[in-house]
Write a protein that binds this ligand. Sequence first.
Ligand SMILES: Cc1cc2nc3c(=O)[nH]c(=O)nc-3n(C[C@H](O)[C@H](O)[C@H](O)COP(=O)(O)O)c2cc1C
Length: 202
Amino acid sequence: MAEAQRIPDKHADSSVELAPLIAARWSPRALDPAAEVTDSQLRALLEAARWAPSYGNTQPARYLLGRRGEDTFDRIHGVLNSGNKVWTAGAAVLLLGAVLRRNAKGEIPYAEYGLGLASENLVLQAVAEGLVAHQMSGFDPEAARTAFDLPAEVTPLVVIAVGKPGDPSYLDERRRERELAPRTRLPLGEIAYTERWGRAAF
Ligand SMILES: Cc1cc2nc3c(=O)[nH]c(=O)nc-3n(C[C@H](O)[C@H](O)[C@H](O)COP(=O)(O)O)c2cc1C
């Protein structure tokens, strides 16, 4: 089957047109196990994260990354839960995202918020590079701490799999169904209010 037919169209079904990168981003599990990410693509992902906003420009986001075949990749892969281990073997790159909770001035406010913003920048840059990126909290943070000898002021929060879309038929049945199912969201009126809490703005 042609590639275009195998890979489902998962564009956001929005009531108005969105910026193309936002509309195209989704979290696939079927990844091409032969795909590679170039040095400049990987650099662009981390640059995008670097240029994210943060509280007082405190920049609390940190990443450890490895390519498939490298020891760092294997160590990140090794701390994932069993469900995530299966499909992430096809990733070209795995990144462990962590927050720096304290700097020389003390506690960094909104540090987790900062990692979230940086990671979404990274993910959207991946889409711009023709790649896909899938964030995961399903990993053992203490195992990650041990595997990379993380300092006490650093908390690992997310693993991000980056790669190219692959053939969903390689997934087990449950994941294949999820991969091919339409993406859903709450209605806009349920997340945006006006005048009082709960009164739909749209
Ligand atoms: C903080 C966070 C943790 C997540 N953890 C996992 C995970 O452990 N495994 C997984 O397959 N997907 C994980 N996801 C992906 C979400 O399930 C996905 O973003 C959500 O279902 C919406 O789908 P979409 O990204 O395709 O729009 C996570 C996403 C976020 C933001």
